[in-house]
Design a protein around this ligand. Structure first.
Ligand code: NAD
Ligand code: MG
Length: 380
């Protein structure tokens, strides 16, 4: 029996690598649905090659770019069409959408009692409380795909219930790790997108440079591994070879190492407990590994994300949605790199602390985006 996969966010960096991993083992896997936001040209190619039963395109204006549809494929377009790609006969929903938009898809998958391979970290940052509760109630498994969380899961012998002393998440430091701090404000998005070790989508690559990404990953680890924040440490590790570690009571540190590519975590999320050949391999000969503390002066956003986590409730959602909006402005070169911190800090200050039920999260997401837009239009 093939594993039937609903692939949401198929045109992105993760989505394309899921397709690569699936196509390596056609006897094991079948993609039954695809979804994308606005890259209709690539979705069109994927539809022709994969022939899914459902293909969803959120941006209906781009639908004309989808040519003849194969017999047996249904095209759905418009806002929330990704939800229609969560098919009843899928065995696994792979959520490779970026941002808050992933949350509703994860909730839909859980409601339909589908296991979820979760690349989209913003889902757990905003909705960790409801997602983990509903997943447990519905017997749904949340399979980690983010490389650090996959490394932790692997270092727990693929059993999230393994007891441990501490989690240690590693951080590459992003594109600006060696730039003098006083020069950061002048650096444009094109520079931030040149990540030294990883090739990823634009939003997460900027998040690496600000270290918002590592803050989001601390929150993600908190929910995925039911781990209090004081048992999660972050270490700067510029080589991105040790993807994260678990410390046990006897002092043992178990780590997962590998080539910095998402193919391994994606492949494992599909095949575990088996491991399949295919992802790039690394040769350790001649390599030197470094570990250090995070420089809080260089990465003020990192502390901000952790503050939002400590506040709890809807605050991580506000932080994450304000960040999506601010990074969007930075990617268009409309604000400077260091202004991202100011926008996040502003949005957090203006957000009243509330609970984290779904309706509150939807309102918080919209309000945080509005705050960023308002501040931007007042300043420009
Ligand atoms: P990306 O920007 O390359 O791709 C995003 C995908 O989401 C695209 O297919 C896009 O069409 C789709 N999408 C965007 N908005 C949508 C919406 N409103 N509704 C439906 N679909 C929408 O992003 P990415 O780098 O592939 O990252 C995807 C997720 O995985 C992010 O949450 C990111 O943090 C996480 N992640 C990525 C990497 C990586 O290596 N790229 C590593 C770890 C975690
Ligand atoms: Mg990661």
């Amino acid at each position: 029996m093939k594993l039937k996969i609903a692939l949401l966010g198929s045109t992105g960096s993760i989505g394309r690598q899921v397709v690569t991993c699936v196509e390596r083992y056609p006897e094991r896997y079948e993609i039954v649905s695809l979804s994308a936001c606005s890259n209709a040209a690539l979705l069109n190619e994927q539809i022709k090659r994969i022939k899914p039963r459902v293909a969803a395109l959120e941006n209906a204006e781009k639908a004309s770019l989808i040519g003849d549809i194969p017999d047996g494929t249904e095209l759905v377009t418009g806002e929330n069409s990704s939800l229609k790609a969560v098919l009843n006969d899928a065995d696994l929903v792979f959520v490779a959408i970026v941002g808050f938009a992933g949350l509703k898809c994860v909730l839909k998958a859980i409601e339909m009692k589908k296991n979820v391979a979760l690349a989209n970290k913003e889902t757990l940052v905003a909705g960790g409380e409801i997602v983990t509760r509903l997943a447990a109630e519905n017997g749904v498994e949340m399979i980690p795909v983010d490389s650090e969380h996959s490394a932790i899961w692997q270092s727990m012998y693929l059993n999230k219930n393994t007891s441990f002393k501490r989690l240690i998440i590693t951080a590459s430091g992003g594109a600006f790790r060696n730039v003098p701090i006083e020069e950061l404000k002048n650096l444009k998005a094109a520079e931030a997108l040149k990540h030294p070790n990883w090739s990823m989508g634009p939003k997460i690559t900027v998040d690496c440079a600000t270290m918002v990404n590592k803050g989001l990953e601390v929150i993600e680890a908190h929910w995925l591994f039911n781990c209090p924040y004081d048992k999660i440490d972050v270490l700067y590790h510029p080589e991105s070879i040790v993807h994260s570690l678990v410390e046990y009571d006897d002092g043992a540190l178990i780590a997962q190492m590998g080539y910095p590519s998402m193919e391994l975590p994606i492949s494992l999320a599909l095949s575990y407990p088996e491991r399949l050949a295919g992802p790039p391999r690394i040769d350790l000969v001649g390599k030197t590994l470094h570990f250090d503390e995070i420089d809080n002066k260089r990465y003020p956003c990192f502390s901000l994300v952790k503050d939002s986590a400590k506040a709890g409730g809807n605050m991580p959602c506000a932080l994450s949605s304000a960040n999506e909006e601010a990074v969007g402005l930075y990617l268009k070169d409309l604000i400077s790199f260091t202004e991202i911190y100011e926008y996040l800090s502003y949005a957090l200050d203006k957000t009243p602390l509330k609970g984290a039920d779904y309706q509150t999260l939807v309102e918080t997401d919209a309000a945080a985006r509005r705050l960023v837009k308002e501040r931007f239009s007042n300043k420009h």
